[in-house]
Design a protein around this ligand. Structure first.
Ligand SMILES: [Zn+2]
Ligand SMILES: [Zn+2]
Ligand SMILES: [Zn+2]
Length: 150
């Protein structure tokens, strides 16, 4: 998604484009890897010193709700990273390192394995979440060397 596609989507959902909102989108688009909310806040504050971390969180959650970004690490909101849908155009899942927070995008979805059950149960599915946690190769070797990162 480009900046203008994201802005179009926000407008289509009935939300306003504020300079702060635009700055948050820009911080997400220019980051070299999915940032945590605090990183976004730091970046946005350069231009808009009055923006609170709370506002940043609210905007990030809004962008996630309308499908412009994917929240990574659902079980620890302070360490959650926010991936704008730049390379991937759809919601997807992640393999997450508990040491450094690095995330690998997963291409396949487990939901596809359960279509029969989902159909038979007669549920109307409105959402699902799935993440795999572990340690990346460099965090694994840090653990082996007794150099454990928190
Ligand atoms: Zn790691
Ligand atoms: Zn991803
Ligand atoms: Zn899925």
């Amino acid at each position: 998604m480009t900046e203008s596609e994201i802005i179009e989507k926000i407008k289509a959902k009935g939300f306003k484009i504020t300079p702060q909102r635009r700055a948050i989108i820009n911080a997400l688009l220019t980051a070299d890897k999915p940032p945590v909310a605090k990183d976004v806040h730091k970046e946005v504050r350069n231009k808009h010193p009055g923006v609170s971390l709370d506002t940043v969180y609210r905007n990030l959650n809004l962008l996630a709700e309308i499908g412009c970004l994917v929240k990574i690490n659902l079980r620890n909101s302070e360490k959650s990273r926010f991936e704008i849908l730049k390379h991937h155009h759809h919601y997807h899942h992640h393999l997450i390192c508990l040491g450094c927070g690095e995330a690998v995008c997963l291409e396949k979805c487990l939901l596809d394995m359960h279509t029969d059950v989902l159909k038979n149960e007669g549920y109307k599915i409105v959402g699902h979440a799935f993440e795999i946690y572990g340690y990346c190769p460099s965090c694994c070797s840090a653990v082996e060397n007794g150099d454990v990162k928190k």
